[in-house]
Design a protein around this ligand. Structure first.
Ligand code: NAP
Length: 267
């Protein structure tokens, strides 16, 4: 079993990472940061997002495990004091996993360039200055002319992140779907948007064509990908998935309840 440890820079995370490395060596498991089968992240959801992008070219052969050194995360199941239990699970691994959908983002730039991106949480599109106007198409049919701060397109597991702040629904992680939520849309006699989040199926796609000149701010998870002029962006559910080693499984709705409402399993 080849294992990579991907930690944030916090002192408590680095301490956990060191303890993990020592125990992995003692168990005769192998550390391999270049071509791992398991990637253990130590930190929070942000650390898992960064690790996902670091290893996104090897998703087919990698399973992730998240240890949180702060609060319960959406991608982090293990606590920092559970390193021994995790090592036992790694030593007895039988390939068990759970997978979640990802978001494909196809970006056409005004200069003719094309870029393909992959998001675990979401992608947002905003204009650098002023409000954004954009034609929104569903399956190549014009759906609406959006005007407002921007749009957020998220995966089911990303629905609890930026999407939720933008008023989107929390989607079950078992659904194959992506969600488009509006960020501060303008609705008056001149401009009209649907005004509620949209949920798109695997056979559908969404295309956004900015309707003004000027720099756009395009994000993919933790990164600001571009601030060039964008001609169009197409969003669809990816054929790729992220896999987590399922040694234990916090039920999705229990995680939502614990994180946002504060209800613990035994309450
Ligand atoms: P950050 O601004 O340092 O952290 C954003 C917060 O979002 C952190 O508390 C993070 O949890 C949490 N988070 C990340 N993924 C989540 C998920 N799937 N469900 C629930 N909460 C989640 O930024 P970052 O660490 O680089 O993370 C990037 C993410 O920040 C983006 O993907 C976006 O979703 C989110 N974001 C949210 C807003 C907003 O809500 N207005 C604005 C910009 C970005 P941890 O503390 O466990 O890392």
């Amino acid at each position: 079993m080849k294992i990579a440890i991907f930690s944030n820079d916090g002192p408590s995370s680095r301490k956990v990472a060191e303890a993990l490395k020592a125990k992995i060596a003692a168990e005769h498991l192998t550390i391999d940061d270049d071509h791992p089968e398991i990637v253990i992240t130590v930190g929070g959801d942000g650390t898992l997002l960064t690790a996902f992008h670091h290893y996104q070219d090897q998703l087919a052969s990698i399973r992730f495990v998240g240890i949180h050194t702060g609060h319960l995360g959406f991608y982090t199941d293990w606590r920092d004091y559970e390193v021994d239990q995790l090592i036992d699970s790694l030593a007895n691994d039988n390939g068990q996993s759970v997978t979640y959908p990802l978001l494909d983002i196809g970006v056409e730039y005004d200069n003719g360039a094309y870029e393909k991106l992959l998001a675990l949480n979401e992608s947002t599109l905003k204009r650098a200055m002023g409000t954004m106007q954009a034609n929104v198409y569903i399956k190549d049919k014009l759906f609406e002319l959006f005007r407002g701060d921007g749009l957020c397109v998220s995966t089911p597991t990303g629905s609890t992140a930026y999407n939720k702040s933008a008023g989107g629904a929390v989607l079950s992680s078992e659904l194959e779907a992506i969600q488009v939520s509006e960020i501060a849309s303008i609705n008056n006699r001149v401009f009209r948007t649907l005004g509620s989040p949209l949920i798109i199926s695997p056979s559908e796609w969404v295309r956004v064509e900015p309707a003004q000149e000027g720099e756009m701010l395009l994000t993919c998870d933790t990164e600001l990908v571009s601030h060039q002029q964008v001609k169009a962006i197409t969003y669809r559910i990816s054929k790729q998935k992220i896999a987590f080693a399922q040694y234990r499984h916090t039920q999705f709705w229990q995680r939502v309840s614990e994180s946002f409402i504060g209800v613990k399993p035994n309450d």
